[in-house]
Write a protein that binds this ligand. Sequence first.
Ligand code: 8YV
Length: 323
Amino acid sequence: MKPAILLVEPMMDAIERELDAAYTVHRLYDASLKTRIQSELGAIRAAVTGGGTGLSADWVARLPALGLVAINGVGTDKVDLAETARRGIHVSTTPGVLTGDIADMAMALLLAVMRRIVEGDRLVRQGRWAAGGQLPLGSRLGGRRLGILGLGQIGRAIARRAEAFDAEILYWNRSPAEMPAGWTAVDTPERLAAEADILVVAVAATPQTESIVSAAVLAALGPEGILVNVARGNVVDETALLHALQQGTIAAAGLDVFRNEPTIDPAFAGLENVVLAPHQGSATLATREDMGRLVLANLADHFAGRTPRTSVNADRIRETHTA
Ligand code: 8YV
């Protein structure tokens, strides 16, 4: 009999076909299957989910045979890492394969904001250009100071891209790390915002980074400043961000992530100085295929009795269970 798994959110068709071939897949996102899933809870041995969705503590508690939460993404903020380690449940992610796409998304949002791409599209489509309408001038990226908050793999990929656009790179990182010459370390997020023209958020969401982009950081970014967020909504104080955008105490923002996705604060839709994306950082065919393959490999490892190859908590499980 095929092992049973829970699929929390849809994946690309080719990957779902491979999941179906190897496993009995219980699709949690399909409301019509709810009752059937209830009667299968005891049989489910792995869950597959997205980084932004995770698996609630409630669901972890309802699955007594759960041995793996395979995240189709890199964020582990929506899974209780202490509880999963306590129960010996592995949590795996898809590191590396999505780095370039997220960095591309940060640049796309930044350029869309600076060159007024979305406003321009509306002006052309709605016939206002033909009727004599003009787009206000945009701003130049070359020569501007771009501050990156969180210089992990994704932050570095953003820095490399921004360098190619002739921006000057500043960064803040929680732990000191060796960086290429020419990138300037700044010792607090607030100082980074004060020194940069653009603040790009690429920090992992943890209890320590909750609202790290605070009202004070936004005030330091200033009325000419631009914010780009490709990390997680909860690393930004969203009430302060909306206020800053409404009052013009920062100039503009490009946002791929929000609190309460997908039902985000409706105030964003009323603002002209933001470009909004529905959490698309890793959403390309090639990357979602690579991510899906890594999820499949982690599942195969788990069901063959091996440690899932990109488990993020294998050490923690070992420590918890040998202590
Ligand atoms: C994905 C993400 O959109 O990597 C993450 O943590 O949030 C994104 O890459 C998501 O995991 C796919 O559902």
